[in-house]
Design a protein around this ligand. Structure first.
Ligand code: FEO
Length: 403
């Protein structure tokens, strides 16, 4: 997409990435894509704000060249060192040899470690301003949103906040960059939640701290480094991020994420009975087969719903391996204080529940009644499963009292 003016002298010059399969080498974006938003701020001096990933460096430089001769760039602001934003740094250093790279104190050694860039670098401090001549940049440290060195850059003349990962989301940009031009804003909000739960959730305390810290700034435009640029309703994405961050410590909405896996269909049959019970209680329910669904897609449900039903068979005296892997990811994202219950089939020995609870021990989940059955479920055990699902769901409506 060509450059797009955000405010007088401020331009989006990012690139869409529709070819990377796994963001960070982990999270699927094959269908959704992602954008690396970069911005140009033009006063008497010229500043480039954040870059792009290395494999998109060539198209990124084309974007820059369409606006300005790279050798005329005076400053390159690197709000965050993760290589999805800095992969083009080596090329930019070559093409803009006299530019000063502006980074936080913690980013300086990272710039050397990742790219060997040590010359022409200046550390900026929290609250420091830089006069570009007619327009000003002000730097605000927001550590751990997403890495410890991260900062945001604000333009007081136009109230634009370049927030980098904060307030970002997956999803390549659909020929437009602004929230008010987007035909399916709910899709981008869902992708922002998926991004939040995948990338940022672990740092929710720091997200709330950052939002608090940035509160005194007037913000007319939130210009993150991934996803939509929010100018019609910048408060919307900030409020969403604040609500998601609070879920790290406050109760989530009553609702059930049902994660299951099944070897020969026995646990799956029970899953259907349990789901019927949950539906009877009219509690929101999302179901995921963990052997076939990347955790990227069920983390948003786990993050926002209070209850987790885990259905998995015992496998060689331990937990069905795809479920064990899924639960390890859940622990990594620190999805704490959920109400949970287990059901599943076993053959010659139990063992799944023990391993499940051992993996999840750091999260301090509250465990409700368990439903284990030998071999295939009978009509009676299926009816028991329905009652099990309904009782669990009703307990969520009652605030999580154990069923
Ligand atoms: Fe978009 Fe943490 O990098």
């Amino acid at each position: 997409m060509p450059a797009i003016q955000i405010k007088p002298g401020i331009y989006w010059i990012g690139v869409n990435d529709r070819t990377t399969d796994l963001f960070e080498g982990v999270w699927p974006i094959t269908q959704e894509g992602v954008s690396y938003n970069s911005y140009l701020v033009v006063g008497e001096k010229i500043a480039l704000i954040d870059l792009a990933a290395a494999h998109h460096a060539a198209s990124f430089i084309e974007q820059v060249r369409a606006m300005v001769d790279p050798s005329k760039i005076d400053y390159v602001v690197l709000n965050h060192m993760e290589p999805d934003h800095t992969g083009a740094a080596t090329l930019v250093r070559q093409l803009a040899p006299s530019a000063t790279f502006l980074v936080s104190a913690k980013a300086e050694p990272m710039l050397a470690a990742y790219f060997g860039i040590t010359g022409g670098v200046r550390v900026v401090s929290d609250g420091e301003t830089l006069d570009l001549g007619g327009v000003t940049l002000q730097f605000h440290m927001i550590p751990f949103v997403h890495w410890p060195e991260t900062m945001a850059t604000w333009v007081p003349e136009h109230n634009v906040l370049f927030s980098c990962d904060a307030f970002g989301g997956y999803g390549a940009l659909p020929g437009r960059v602004f929230d008010d031009q987007c035909q399916d804003i709910l899709w981008y909000e869902r992708e922002a939640l998926r991004y939040y739960s995948n990338i940022v959730a672990r740092f929710s305390t720091q997200v709330l701290r950052a939002i608090d810290k940035l509160k005194p700034l007037t913000i007319e435009v939130v210009a993150p480094s991934h996803g939509l640029v929010w100018r019609r309703d910048p408060g919307r994405i900030i409020a969403l991020y604040a609500a998601w961050a609070r879920l790290a410590s406050e109760p989530a909405e009553p609702g059930v994420t049902l994660l299951y896996g099944s070897m020969y269909g026995n646990t799956e049959r029970m899953m259907n009975a349990v789901a019927e019970g949950v539906a009877k209680a009219q509690v929101p329910l999302e179901i995921f087969d963990v052997a076939r669904t990347h955790s990227s897609y069920f983390l948003p449900s786990l993050w926002t719903r209070s209850g987790v039903l885990v259905g998995a068979p015992t496998y060689e005296v331990s937990l069905f391996p795809p479920m064990a892997q899924a639960m390890t990811n859940v622990v990594h994202k620190r999805i704490a204080n959920r109400q949970a219950a287990y059901f599943g089939s076993y053959g010659w020995s139990k063992g799944a529940l023990k391993e499940l609870q051992s993996i999840l021990e750091p999260l301090k989940w509250t465990w409700h009644e368990t439903l284990e059955f030998n071999g295939a479920p009978t009509g009676d055990t299926l009816r028991q499963g329905e009652r099990f699902g309904e009782a669990f769901a009703r307990s969520l409506l009652a605030g999580g009292d154990k069923s």
